[in-house]
Design a protein around this ligand. Structure first.
Ligand code: ADP
Ligand code: MG
Length: 240
């Protein structure tokens, strides 16, 4: 559980290109569930990928806890990330999919078993640990992907549109489950979505972004009632 601090962060892909993330300055509190929302292309994934170490930071600093992470290799960051197209290993069982990261870290067998079963219990997937991914529904698969992320008990949880591939009904159900999971684990989380409803129902605070620039950071209520500008008002559907 650690805070995440962005200090005037910029990102540009290539020297000749304009920055796609501009002066991103934000503190995410320890244990907070923070949602980044904004239209497609506004820089949400880029920002998340800088935290994960999958993209380098062009300018500015990012801290996790008190540690400057700009030059820290991804594997040394205590972070778990879940994507939209949560690729599970098709030939491995659910159990092996969840255990995989722990095996890489050479944890003792009984410890792996303990951790996998705890994650499975939290996500209520204990009954299909022996199945292969293709024997699961979309929602079950997404739960396994979450299991793989939480099994390491990371300091930080990054979720990039994790529900986009699910149908509407399941999406609503999984929103509730992810919030429940966050309440249980208390891990500092950044949840990225382009869906206003998802943002407004899930976030304890929300960052509204446009063209790589933060438009407003606040609670859903504040953003709805006191939008910072016409873009935010239009985007979250505030009353005129
Ligand atoms: P979002 O996740 O909000 O949809 P992204 O962070 O994916 O936005 O993209 C922000 C901008 O950066 C977009 O204009 C996108 O085209 C551009 N972009 C993203 N990834 C790359 C890349 N690898 N190389 C060049 N441009 C990129
Ligand atoms: Mg994206």
């Amino acid at each position: 559980m650690s805070r995440i601090l962005f200090n005037h962060v910029y990102k540009q892909y290539g020297k000749d290109h304009l920055p796609v993330v501009k002066d991103f300055d934000l503190e995410i509190r320890e244990g907070e569930f923070m949602v980044f929302v904004g239209p497609s292309g506004c820089g949400k994934s880029t920002t998340l990928r800088m935290v994960a170490g999958l993209e380098d930071i062009s300018k500015g600093e990012i801290y996790i806890g008190d540690q400057l992470i700009n030059d820290l290799p991804p594997k040394d960051r205590d972070i778990a990330m879940v994507f939209q197209n949560y690729a599970l290993y098709p030939n491995m069982s659910v159990y092996e999919n969840i255990a995989f990261g722990l095996r890489l870290r050479k944890l003792p067998k009984h410890e792996i078993d303990l951790n996998v079963k705890r994650a499975a219990r939290v996500l209520e997937i204990e009954s299909f640990l022996d199945r292969k991914p293709k024997q699961l529904s979309g929602g079950q698969r997404q739960r396994v992907a979450l299991g793989r992320a939480i099994v390491r008990q990371p300091q930080v949880f990054l979720l990039d549109e994790p529900l986009s591939n699910l149908d509407a009904k399941l999406r609503v159900q999984m929103r509730t489950e992810i919030i429940k999971l966050h309440k249980q684990l208390g891990v500092t989380t950044i949840y990225v979505t382009h869906d206003q409803t998802e943002a407004m129902t899930m976030g304890s605070r929300i960052v509204v972004m446009k063209d790589g620039i933060i438009q407003q950071v606040d609670t859903p209520e504040q953003i709805y009632n006191n939008p910072a500008n016409t873009f935010v008002a239009g985007f979250v559907g505030s009353p005129p």
